[in-house]
Design a protein around this ligand. Sequence first.
Ligand code: PRX
Length: 658
Amino acid sequence: MSIESVLHENRVFEPSAEFVKNANVSGMVAYNQLCAEAAADYEGFWAKLARELLVWNKPFTKTLNQDNAPFYKWFEDGELNVSANCLDKHLNTIPNKVAIIFEGDDGNTQEVTYKDLYHRVCQFANGLKKLNLSVGDRVIIYLPMGIEAVVAMQACARIGLIHSVVFGGFSAKSLNERIIDAGAKAVITSDGQFRGGKTLPLKSAVDEGITMGGCDVIEKVVVLKKTGLDIAWNSNNIWWHDLIADVTDTCEPVMVSAEHPLFLLYTSGSTGKPKGVQHSSAGYLLHAMNTMRWTFDIHENDVFWCTADVGWITGHSYVAYGPLAMGATQIIFEGIPTYPNAGRFWQMIEKHKVSIFYTAPTAIRSLIKASETTPEVAPKNYNLSSLRLLGSVGEPINPEAWMWYFENVGGGRCPIADTFWQTETGGHVITPLPGVTPLVPGSCTLPFPGIDIDVVDETGKNVPWGTGGLLVIKKPWPSMIRTIYNDPERYKTSYYPVDLGGKIYLAGDGAIRDAKTGNFTIMGRIDDVLNVSGHRLGTMEIESALVANHLVAEAAVVGKPHDVKGESVVAYVVLKGPRPEGDEAKKIVAELREWVGKEIGPIAKPDEIRFGDNLPKTRSGKIMRRLLRTLAKGEEITSDISTLDNPAILEQLKEVVK
Ligand code: PRX
């Protein structure tokens, strides 16, 4: 997206008077008042929310402990259970309200009430208890999107187990690395999954991941029978249905400390292996709930649909936890937006009368393309009048896509919450509130109340509005990352660098605030993290995967703007043998793409691979990535290359293997 186009954007969309009137945060005065409350008494602001929204078994007396900063603790002497806050709490009030409407890939639907879900979670938790697991043990969840994925997460939370969900698109190797890093004792998976009309394997990746070694701690693999696919069976495997066959469907929730880790979720950083982002119980849930309330303006009769998979943070906060804790009715969809055709999302919104719809810009852009080529699947063919609010997440939304979403999906009447946040922030940190904020296409607008977010220079000093800089959060907040599992040092250096004074959280994105309104525009990552179709990938991770191939001597990976995916992956590769050409080059490209798919997952496969006898380096041997980015875009290099050791290499690297 061109930053210029957003900075010069002068279309503004005010919320309608009716929306303002009925909204949970109603009008700019109310918003300003919340921000002022947080500024006047920061801890008091959060303590009040935590008392109002969470059900505590033992109330907290201390709000924030900064003794061991940046390892902050929130509400630390309080005790609660997250699953009880999502389920038990509703048993007396809304037991028969539908919690989940599940729609399978094939279009069949299933409804689960709060009472049903409570029993399913209890029963599975009782099953897990038979597996010699204790409070604090880690469990990997590798399941397709479905009710069971939520049941598994909630069941872990119910008995104090720390789950780590691995997205089904990650490879056996990625699974292996996560099992080892988390020291997981069990894996919960399914025989297979349905996607886009196909039946695909899943458990085979678990088997392969475990046999790669280092997974001796795994005691059990629980297997959900989902597809009936033939699978290999090992002595430590147990069917989900057998595990729960002889247990009751009530289970006392285990009360844990507010700071007890609810989950680890692995995400990419600029260096090394993916990091296990560790979240807390109380602070995390609090923000998931409060953002449901203020950003998504959740009301009793809403039908909420967040299209994210539970393998990502969005699916944690806005599928598995937030909507349930708020007693909402939500859609969970197993399939893909393009099957049986690219009208699937619109058809489902019509069918289930969805009122709040939350998806990613990459999905919107691909559906724009689809409705241009196949007008029958355009949103105008569907009745989308149930919608009242839209959301966007995961990457910058370009103003053109924003306008299309606003007009074609939202009928010009639904505000769009362009929510900026990260795996590490737990929930939204910059976002419009729909009954408050004048919307500007392409801008995520203003801070969520209580989040002290701003833009600074390299020394940590504030920059004036209108000047770009580093996005930082200046005060700790309840749903923040607590540490990187197994690597507290990396937590400190990644997020609290000494250059910025060691006390403010560095988000890793560049940002600029509008000189007049203070609206934020995100300018993209400042590190070597790519955002491909809203999925976060480290260039180093892909480079390591490439150099692990026996043919490859050296590799450098950069991102290139892509009109649907946001960014695409371009890899520059030096082989151990001679630089390949023609069919030989094509063959190696196919092999390397496949290889990266196996090492990390299909989402990380380079879109383009270019071969050189070497990479452009400075005389001291440093790869000049800046030049690689320019070449990837197909632009001429106009910058200074006098420090480049081997300028002749640039010609070779212009050549794309087709
Ligand atoms: O670069 C920002 C981008 O996604 C990164 C976080 O990725 P992840 O941890 O996978 O979480 C994605 C879902 C919350 C950020 O550092 N990003 C996320 N939301 C937006 C965004 N960039 C611009 N606008 C957004 N709304």
